[in-house]
Design a protein around this ligand. Structure first.
Ligand SMILES: [Zn+2]
Length: 305
């Protein structure tokens, strides 16, 4: 079956899969388990959206790949794509093995040649994925055994392979941060903290953020779970503005002038009563906030007080 003959079927499947993932996200289920992704139904037949055994998923009735996958990385490590930017600032996705003609690489190449939208499943925990879609392969680099990935329409317009000037590169990297790094960091941190604000234990996922302990862009400010804290919107803003601090002994400290303020129930219950409370920690030890980062951040809080 050639893809040209079945281009319509191929596109219907991609559209249906994207619509299904979007509908889940609207129900606050932006993460999907391996089992859920195996249950997707398209026009009466079950079509797994992810191949848990391989990086690349190509349903038998298509000629081109439908999805790619990046395995989950332990909390203290950056996902493997983090250092895979080319001179143009665009991300690379590595071939399966070192044979450009391996059938999985051929399936990816067809997706590239036909400009087909792909789903990228990024591992957040074992068997749990954050889908990013649509993404496109916009160049093939067989010497480096990789494809160039565009994460959105704007990145599709970048000429791959050329060294970009600083301004353009910064633009491309900002898009990558927005479309991939930030959502993945948020998902990994919230997952580690069981979708709970570490200060007040609020469990409403859509009101939770992943805060950086050491801000993004500073040395040691990388988007790894031990540099993160799951915080509700109020506590995230209060933390960033040094209204509350987290001591290295893992207790909340409210800035002295704020402790003396008189205001309504949000200030009283939401902030002042948190003073001295122990923060809630992830079950997994390797996901705990990194002590030296907390110390450095707490110094800043004290300086602001
Ligand atoms: Zn909170």
């Amino acid at each position: 079956m050639s893809i040209m003959a079945d281009a319509a079927l191929d596109l219907r499947l991609r559209e249906a899969a994207a619509a299904w993932l979007t509908e889940r996200t609207q129900r606050q289920q932006e993460l999907a388990t391996k089992a859920e992704l195996a249950q997707f139904i398209f026009e009466g037949r079950r079509v797994a959206l992810l191949d848990p055994q391989r990086g690349i998923r190509k349903p038998a009735f298509l000629d081109a790949a439908l999805s790619i996958r990046t395995r989950f990385t332990p909390p203290g490590q950056l996902p493997p794509y983090e250092d895979r930017e080319g001179p143009d600032g665009l991300l690379r996705y590595k071939y399966r093995g070192d044979d450009p003609n391996h059938h999985e690489n051929v399936a990816l190449r067809r997706a590239y040649e036909h400009r087909l939208p792909l789903i990228w499943f990024v591992g957040i925990a074992p068997a749990l994925y954050l889908p990013r879609y649509p993404v496109w392969l916009i160049a093939d680099e067989p010497e480096e055994l990789q494809f160039v990935v565009a994460l959105d329409e704007a990145q599709r317009l970048i000429q791959p392979g050329n060294a970009a000037d600083t301004e353009r590169r910064r633009y491309v990297e900002r898009l990558t941060k927005l479309r991939l790094h930030q959502p993945v960091f948020r998902a990994r941190v919230l997952q580690a903290y069981g979708n709970t604000c570490t200060v007040c234990q609020l469990r409403h996922r859509s009101l939770l953020d992943a805060a950086h302990i050491i801000p993004d862009g500073q040395p040691a400010g990388d988007p790894v779970v031990p540099n993160g804290l799951a915080l509700c919107k109020i506590h995230h803003a209060a933390f960033d503005q040094n209204i509350i601090g987290i001591r290295p002994d893992l207790r909340v400290e409210v800035r002295p002038d704020i402790l003396k303020e008189v205001d309504g129930p949000m200030l009283r219950h939401g902030i002042q009563e948190m003073h001295g409370c122990h923060i809630a920690l992830p079950r997994e030890r390797s996901a705990h906030p990194h002590r030296r980062r907390l110390e450095a951040r707490y110094e800043q809080f004290r300086a602001a007080a």
